[in-house]
Design a protein around this ligand. Sequence first.
Ligand SMILES: Cc1cc2nc3c(=O)[nH]c(=O)nc-3n(C[C@H](O)[C@H](O)[C@H](O)COP(=O)(O)O)c2cc1C
Length: 152
Amino acid sequence: MNCAIIYYSQSGKTKKIAEMLKKKYGADMYFVTPNKEYGGYISSVVKVGAEKIKKEKVESKIIPVKAEKYDVIFIGFPVWYGSMPPFFREYVLSCKIIGKTVIPFVTASAGGKASSLKAVKQSCPNCEIRDYFFSSSINKEDPEKWVEALIL
Ligand SMILES: Cc1cc2nc3c(=O)[nH]c(=O)nc-3n(C[C@H](O)[C@H](O)[C@H](O)COP(=O)(O)O)c2cc1C
């Protein structure tokens, strides 16, 4: 079973889960770096807000993953403005992940569970999306338990 982990993490929460998955499955890891410096939390909130107003497209620095090599693709990201970070969505779309098994893992400070899942569904057409993990400070889930219980 060939697995890939495609993820973004700014302050490290989502990264921790990506590393747990890597440890369990030995999957290829792809950290999606934006081709723009967002800085820390406040600076990012301001910059992403401005991007939204100006409808600015931000690309990523890494080349699209060859999705056809993989059976299972984990997709992890933090919620930004209620959903998937826009540059990350562009990146996932560019990978053309079609007809695969996709397992999303998402972290947030509060909400965005349903809209993040919707964003994954939209960016990975005709995929089987399963075992969705979502954790926020309000709705804390244990990623270790989730990874441990996963059966591919
Ligand atoms: C630009 C920006 C926008 C964010 N928007 C939201 C949001 O709409 N809802 C939310 O619950 N958390 C929001 N957050 C908080 C992050 O989703 C949360 O801290 C996440 O767990 C960080 O994961 P990371 O450490 O992997 O980057 C935002 C953070 C940033 C930097």
